[in-house]
Each structure stands twice: as C-alpha cells, then as structure tokens.
Design a protein around this ligand. Structure first.
Ligand code: SF4
Length: 454
C-alpha cells in the first residue's frame, strides 16, 4: 500500500487484494507515533478499577496524570481508586534514589486512607535509577500488615501488553491469600471487565439470573478480598483476552481452574458467552434459565435494532480499538445495524486474532495493526467513513475530519456491554452519524465542494 512507512508495510492490508500475512505483536516502529500507550499505562488499565486499594505511582508527577478522569471505572462502594497518588520524584531522588520517599509515602497513605492493599507502580525513571521497589514493598508489608504489591511496569520496557502482564502478575500475588470457603453454587471469575460505565453490573445480573455465582470480577468494581479468594471459582471467563489471558493461564496452572474466552459486545456474542458458561457447567437448571434469559432479551431488542438498521443502512464505519477480539464483536454489531466496516484495526492484536479478521470483513476493508494518526486519517478519507469507533486518542481525529464518533473505550459514559449495551450502542451510533452538525463542519463542506467540482 502506498504512503505507508516502509517498516510498516506488513502491518497494513487491503482485504481480498493483498496477500494477507500480518506482522504483529512487535514493538512499535520508531517515529511512527503509535496510538499505543506505555507499559505503565497498560498496568493502570487493569489494576485501576480495584476500588479499595491505594494506587501509588512511583515516579515523576507527569506519569500520574493518567488518572480516573482519563479512565473512569465505576464503584458501588469505596472510591480510593479515584485518587492519583504519586511519590512525585524530583531531581534529588533521581540522583540519590527514591526508596526513602517511597517508604514514607506508603506509611503515610496506609495510615491516612486505611486501604485494603497498596499497588506501587514503577515508571520509566525507576527502571533507570534502579530503586529496589520489591524490597521496599516486602518490608512495608511486614511493617504495616497489609499487602503492598509492586507492579513492575517501567514504561519503556515493552508495549502496553507488557503492562497487562505486569498487572496480572501483581494480581496473581493476591490470589489464594484469602480465607474464604468454596461457594455452593457453580461459580466463575469474570476477567477483563473493567466496569467503565457499569458493564460489570449488567453482566453480573445475567449470571445471577442464570444461577451462576460470581466469585470475583477482575477488576471492575472489585475488592481486594474478592480477588484474594478468586482461586475458589470453578471457571474463569475471560473477556479482554489481551489484558487478562496471562492471568487465566497462570490460574489454570496453579489452581487447575479452566478458562473460556468470550465477548459481551453485540447480541450474538453476548448470547454465545452466556450459553458457553451454561454449557460448561452442564446443569439443566442453568441451561434452562439461560435460554429463557437470552430469548427474552433478544425478542425485546430485535424490533429496536431493525429500526436503526433501516436508518443506518449503507453507512460506513472505521473501527480501531485496543484488542482485536473487541474488533470482531464490533464488526458483527455494526453489521447488525446495517453498517459496513471499511477499516478494522487494533493496537495489540496477535497473529491468531488477525487471521480471523479477513473472514469477517468485506473485500476492500483496510486491516491494520498498531496504526498512527496520519495513517488513520488517510484511511478514513480514502474509504469515506461516516463513523469512527475508537478510544480517547481517536476522538480528536474523528472530530477534525467531521465524522461521527463512538467511544468504545476509556471515556464512555453509557454501558455498551450485553443486550442493554447493544441497544445503547445502536442509539449512540445513530445520534452521532446522523447528527446535522456534520453539514456545517469545515472539512465536510470542503469535501462537498471538491466533489461538486469534480
Ligand atoms: S512510565 Fe515512562 S512512558 Fe509511561 S508515562 Fe511515565 S515517563 Fe511516560
């Protein structure tokens, strides 16, 4: 494809035209200005929603700007996670070491806020100056009597995916430390669900209706105690595979808990997720409850979605999200409301993910890994998209180009998971794509004039 950095030509394909062999799961190309975040941010994504823990960023104050304001995660109880604590390292600590300041910060925060645990995130500078965060946390755990858990998330040491792994390792230290007893009902842990806008509550409610006990959610609206007893569950149900698959694998190895991989975006995938769990337990009562639940929800939703489908038929969408598994669900969900996906990509998809994507997309769809703003803007214009589904970093791009936008990530304020989420999704897309405001957008007007002159 023309106009792509030569180092990236194996990460951009036109479906059905180019020979598809995606090169992915690699560090970003220097100078490409990737949309990915750093290792530390990857860890924050996973751990941040734990609401009764203190999250202490060990580093300069700039790193701590990645706060609840950027990625809100709802809690039904404590809200300690909304603070952004930092050791605020200055030149003096960078030269002479920051361990003393870290020790003092932990003691102060534990006394002042009485958290159930403290996560200490290492940032780039800690990797450079070599503070022994592991030792400080071990010592503080013994002195204070709560778990002080180091998160080895030095920003430069890999991709956002390495941050997910660092977070999973931190959670894994907690699991098995609880004193709970095995639940009587079939039970699951929900992994990779972060309750950004209340999705965990919707999903938990489905499982409750099915007769399945939720042992823990990792990590949406979660508590340290629930996580410490997560080893008592019968099954791990992983939604965001990129972020939590490594934890599911570690739990399978140590606690013999099997895992399954699902998605709660779109009606087909939500129904498939619930049936998958019901089938795993094979309990006739759970299977019956699941069938009733899914039938009722789909029958209520079908007429509503059909109406949106008539109105949105033929509109084109660009999808660029964190994990490729989410992109699959979005391609299906958008097709359900009559839209065609013309660009599909992700920041952290792996080879298996990408090998499935061409079969779901129409010929001509641009499939891209680890893209950048210049590429995305070009693709959107080239394919004349009406909508962009992405995250916080794609929002300004869509706004500048005058097309509808749906935040399917950090900043969403309405839940998009489950059957209820599909209804919200369709409504949001409709409002955004059909908004009259685009007629007055400078870029769109220029395009129209250009088109007329042609
Ligand atoms: S950890 Fe490093 S890359 Fe990440 S925000 Fe801090 S300085 Fe930037």
């Amino acid at each position: 494809m023309q106009g792509i950095l030569k180092e990236r030509v194996k990460q951009v394909f036109k479906n059905g035209t180019d020979h598809f062999d995606m090169s992915c799961d690699t560090p970003s190309t220097s100078g490409s200005v990737s949309q990915r975040a750093c290792v530390f941010c990857g860890s924050r994504v996973v751990l941040y929603p734990i609401a009764d823990a203190v999250h202490l960023v060990h580093g300069p104050i700039g790193c701590a700007s990645y706060t609840w304001d950027i990625r809100g995660a709802l809690s039904s109880g404590p809200e300690l996670h909304r603070y952004s604590f930092s050791t605020d390292l200055k030149e003096k600590e960078v030269i002479f070491g920051g361990e003393k300041k870290l020790e003092e910060s932990i003691v102060y925060l534990a006394k002042r806020f009485k958290p159930k645990a403290v996560f200490v995130y290492s940032t780039c500078i800690i990797g450079i100056i070599g503070d022994d965060v592991e030792r400080v946390c071990k010592q503080a755990t013994e002195n204070i009597g709560i778990q002080i858990i180091p998160v080895h998330s030095e920003g430069f040491k890999g991709t956002k995916k390495d941050g997910y792994k660092a977070a999973c390792s931190a959670i894994f230290r907690l699991i098995g430390t609880g004193k709970g007893t095995k639940p009587k009902k079939p039970s699951i842990n929900i992994l990779g669900e972060f309750n950004l806008a209340g999705e965990s509550w919707i999903i938990k409610n489905y499982y409750k209706q099915m007769g399945v006990h939720i042992q823990s959610v990792m990590t949406g609206d979660s508590r340290i105690e629930a996580i410490s007893n997560a080893h008592l569950a019968d099954l791990n149900v992983v939604q965001c595979s990129g972020s939590m698959l490594s934890l599911a694998k570690m739990m399978e190895e140590k606690y013999n808990i099997p895992y399954t991989h699902v998605s709660y975006f779109g009606i087909e995938d939500t129904a498939a997720a619930l049936y998958e769990v019901a089938k795993h337990f094979g309990n006739p009562e759970i299977i019956k409850n699941t069938k009733e639940l899914v039938t009722k929800e789909i029958s209520q939703l079908t007429a509503i979605l059909n109406e949106y489908k008539i109105k949105l038929q033929g509109k084109k969408a660009a999808v660029y999200v964190g994990g490729a598994f989410k992109a699959f669900s979005l391609v299906k969900a958008l097709a359900r409301i009559g839209m065609e996906v013309v660009i599909a990509g992700s920041q952290t998809g792996n080879k298996d993910d990408y090998n499935q994507l061409p079969n779901m997309c129409r010929p001509g769809t641009i499939i891209v890994d680890d893209s950048n703003p210049l590429e995305l803007s070009r693709f959107v214009q080239e394919r004349d998209a009406d909508l962009f589904v992405g995250g916080v970093k794609e929002r300004p791009l869509a706004m500048k180009l005058g097309l509808g936008f749906c935040d399917h990530n950090h900043e969403r304020k309405i839940p998009l998971a489950g059957f209820e989420g599909m209804k919200n999704f369709a409504q949001e897309i409709y409002i955004s794509v059909m908004s009259p405001v685009w007629k007055f957008h400078e870029f769109r007007q220029k395009k129209q004039i250009g088109g007329q002159n042609d």
